[in-house]
Ligand binder design. Structure first.
Ligand code: SME
Length: 168
């Protein structure tokens, strides 16, 4: 099916998430490649919300992991240049990877160890991404130029999307 960018999106955040999740799942139908799935999620999510400034994945580096180092490496994303590598435990992405817990940060400049890839980023949400076996494969990082842009609505909607798109 062809994906057509929408201009008549619902104003309500939950409704918008529901709509874009349906659209993303339709595009992903039958596509097993993980990079293609991540690229699709990053592109369509980024396009769905004007407030999203950087939207993308940091994936668990399996080569590093094999040699005993836990590190994330940048994956498919939309936005300005992102840092290439983030050790587990560093910054917001590293915290999500190390703890396996979603991080909602209202003010990134107040977050200890925050990695400032772009100083315009003001708030962010980072969610662990797991495969069907429950193994951590990546984190999804969404940044906004507005402070406190993310809340429990974003968390619930994005956790649902990630479970449907990757825990399969
Ligand atoms: N904000 C992230 C770094 C990645 S970028 O913002 C693209 C962090 O501190 O984990």
């Amino acid at each position: 099916m062809a994906y057509v960018a929408r201009t008549d999106r619902p104003a309500d955040k939950s409704a918008r998430y529901a709509e874009v999740t349906t659209e993303i799942m339709a595009v992903l139908e039958g596509e097993p490649n993980r990079t293609a799935r991540m690229a699709t999620v990053a592109s369509m999510l980024h396009d769905a919300f004007d407030s999203f400034f950087w939207t993308g994945f940091y994936v668990v580096d399996e080569d590093k992991q094999a040699s005993g180092t836990d590190e994330l490496v940048v994956g498919p994303y939309q936005g300005t240049l992102g840092c290439l590598r983030i050790p587990f435990g560093r910054g917001v992405c590293g915290a999500a990877a190390a703890t396996g817990q979603t991080q909602v940060v209202e003010d990134v400049h107040a977050f200890p160890g925050h990695i400032a890839c772009d100083s315009r980023s003001a708030s962010e949400i980072v969610l662990p991404v797991r495969d069907g076996a429950g193994q951590l494969i990546a984190v999804l990082d969404v940044d906004s130029t507005e402070k406190a842009a993310f809340d429990s609505v974003d968390q619930a909607a994005l956790e649902d999307l990630l479970a449907r798109a990757f825990a399969v």
